[in-house]
Design a protein. Structure first.
Length: 234
């Protein structure tokens, strides 16, 4: 991070660091120590931290989500949150920007029209999700936990050579196909040959070559079908 942030501000330029917490596509749930280190470095170099915390509710047992704004080092950060991922409301267009104590005035300077982007239906749905959706979310987390572990078994048994680490959070799996002869974008090959649509790894930047992202936020039957099709091609 240090050389990247240093380069971004080398000539006095203003920069922002978009921090994904929990991380997409790897599913890592950052610890308070990790977040504090990143926030302190950004503050030292004068870089604004904007934390994408849209997957915050999707953290099953075994990991603990830490909001950036809850940390002393996050006082100048701005967090972006939404119910869209956890409650499947993405098409309804609504989200929140939450400023740390020392960023309130900065957020207030945003043009007023920015606050008018959320749809009325999206606001109503978000309110219902946050107030009354707890039991539904609890059940979802149980199902996602079962699916992420099912995927680990299927990859181990049917996809030798494919790397997969059970994610701590999100409903996304980061699969490493680099040991196989599928090129830099295995998702393109698998979409064509296996008729399974994964998200191309190269689009995520450095280190994405040879990888693909799989969404296991679905039924166990579909997870099994997807891996069976991929295994047949490999």
């Amino acid at each position: 991070m240090e050389p990247a942030l240093g380069e971004a501000t080398r000539d006095g330029g203003r920069a922002a660091y978009l921090l994904c917490n929990p991380q997409n596509p790897t599913g890592a749930v950052h610890t308070p120590a990790e977040l504090t280190t990143a926030l302190a470095l950004a503050d030292q170099l004068g870089v604004r931290v904007v934390a994408d915390e849209i997957h915050a509710p999707v953290v099953p047992d075994g990991a603990q989500f830490t909001p950036v704004a809850s940390l002393e080092a996050g006082s100048r950060a701005i967090s972006l949150m939404s119910a869209s991922k956890a409650f499947n409301l993405a098409g309804l267009k609504a989200a929140m920007a939450i400023a740390g104590p020392d960023a309130v005035a900065d957020l207030a300077r945003m043009p007023e029209e920015v606050s008018h982007g959320a749809s009325h239906l999206g606001v109503v749905a978000h309110r219902a999700a946050y107030l009354d959706g707890g039991p539904w979310l609890d059940a979802l987390l149980v199902g996602l936990d079962e699916n992420r572990r099912l995927l680990a078994e299927l990859v181990r048994d049917q996809l030798p050579g494919v790397g997969y680490r059970i994610p701590e959070g999100t409903f996304l799996a980061w699969l490493d196909f680099s040991a196989l002869d599928l090129g830099e974008d295995p998702a393109a090959v698998l979409r064509e040959r296996a008729r399974v649509a994964l998200h191309p790894g190269p689009g995520f930047g450095t280190g994405g070559e040879g990888h693909a992202r799989l969404n296991f936020g679905t039924s166990p039957q579909i997870v099994r079908e997807a891996i069976t099709r991929i295994a047949a091609v490999i």
